[in-house]
Design a protein around this ligand. Structure first.
Ligand code: CS2
Ligand code: MG
Length: 403
């Protein structure tokens, strides 16, 4: 028995916003959980402070599964990104505490290492195909074995996923959402050219990935998948939104390009059909938005039955606490596929000192007991929360899209 004494929520903006839950037990052990929900951060802060923290005090920190069920089933209102990010933060913090008490790095509690490291993919992007490939060559030089390629689309002023800053990109910005224009025909004509040039310059020994950011309909996605088949992508990500999971049947009928989806999913119910019908190859649900390690483990276990592997979201809005949790998790499961790794800024890394490391295209969570991440609260306090949003895409005639 190790009673929970305190649950504190810390919102900070060292380069971007992060929400962190710090749980403390009566014996003075602390655990951290990430609760960041990009663009909707304060909703989770309130959910945790106003509705979850009071229910945690006095509970046994070791009852991770029971606390998960209590927060999920006990709330009556289930699922949704706000609820599931809050539950995830509690879950991560409790696993951190349990592993610290056991004096083991978390991956040991999850079954031990299944591999020497967790293969990660980096982001190469640029305004033009040439710029993107130059960036990809840099990643290759750094030892990356998997690289995601995004490039600007000629005729469009801005393309989501393409940054001005190299080796780092942050899609959330501005006090109010910026509106950008999107054209599917322009994009569909351009994307295959990027991968044709990429194979020519980068060769065939590196995994290439691409993110469509949910901007197509199933039949458009099917066509893109077919056009890209010859370039042997590792995956085509979020080709369509999966609100309608059956939509993937149509894509699957037409293309052998591997499919990844799920960074916005928050529960196993969002991907049950996709997994059971083998409509996807990689599930991108993450520890922070899909209910923590306890729930992500259920998703991965279901996926394992159907040859679906993990490819967890790892953009900059997933804090170093999530990154560490993802690495412990990825190291320990049988059906790990790849882990996204978007480097954080130096300010973020300073607020969250961590034990994880990168070498030879893979990451390792390190051997510190627990998650192996801390938060420097004094430094965090110097960076107050700043409202920021992801951009909103409209079609060129000004209308909202219907994907
Ligand atoms: C992207 C992200 O990393 C990815 O695959 O889709 O940029 C994503 O849009 C953001 O993390 C949203 O918060
Ligand atoms: Mg994505």
């Amino acid at each position: 028995m190790s009673k929970i004494k305190n649950a504190k929520v810390i919102a900070t903006c060292p380069g971007r916003n992060f929400v962190t839950l710090k749980i403390e037990t009566e014996d003075g052990i602390t655990g951290l959980g990430d609760a960041t929900l990009n663009g909707r951060e304060l909703a989770v802060v309130s959910y945790l402070n106003d509705h979850v923290a009071p229910c945690l005090i006095g509970r046994d920190a070791h009852q991770i599964e029971d606390i998960w069920q209590y927060l999920y089933r006990g709330a009556y209102w289930r699922r949704g990104p706000v609820t599931m990010s809050a539950i995830a933060a509690v879950d991560m913090a409790l696993w951190d505490i349990k592993a610290k008490v056991a004096q083991l790095p978390l991956y040991q509690l999850l079954g031990g290492a299944c591999r020497t490291g967790v293969m990660v993919y980096g982001h190469a992007n640029g305004e033009t195909i040439e710029d993107t490939i130059d960036e990809a060559l840099k990643y290759k030089g750094l030892g990356y074995k998997a690289i995601r390629l995004q490039s600007g689309v000629p005729g469009l002023a801005a393309t989501y996923g393409v940054s001005r800053d190299k080796m780092f990109y942050e899609p959330a910005a501005d006090d109010l959402p910026k509106e950008t224009a999107w054209s599917t025909p322009k994009y569909l004509r351009h994307a295959p050219k990027l991968f044709e040039a990429a194979r020519e310059k980068l060769g065939w020994d590196v995994h290439l990935l691409h993110d469509v950011h949910h901007r197509l309909t199933p039949i458009e996605a099917a066509r893109l998948g077919k056009d890209l088949e010859q370039f042997r992508l590792f995956w085509m990500e979020d080709a369509v939104p999966a609100d309608n999971q059956e939509g993937f049947r149509l894509i699957r009928q037409h293309t052998t390009t591997p499919l990844a989806v799920g960074e916005v999913f928050n529960s196993i119910w969002d991907c049950k059909t996709l997994i059971q019908e083998q409509l996807i190859d990689y599930i991108r649900a993450t520890v922070v938005h899909a209910g923590g390690i306890t729930h992500l483990r259920r998703i991965a276990n279901l996926a394992d039955l159907y040859n679906v592997r993990t490819g967890c979201h790892g953009a900059t809005d997933l804090s170093p606490v999530s990154m560490a949790a993802a690495l412990h998790f990825g190291l320990s499961i049988s059906n790990f596929g790849v882990q996204e790794y978007m480097r954080h800024t130096a300010e973020t890394d300073a607020v969250f000192p961590h034990a994880y490391t990168f070498a030879d295209g893979a990451m390792h969570p390190g051997e510190q007991a627990g998650l192996g991440v801390d938060i420097d609260e004094k430094l965090a306090a110097k960076y107050p929360y700043k409202r920021a949003y992801l951009p909103v895409a409209r079609l060129e005639d000004g209308s909202m899209h219907n994907w």
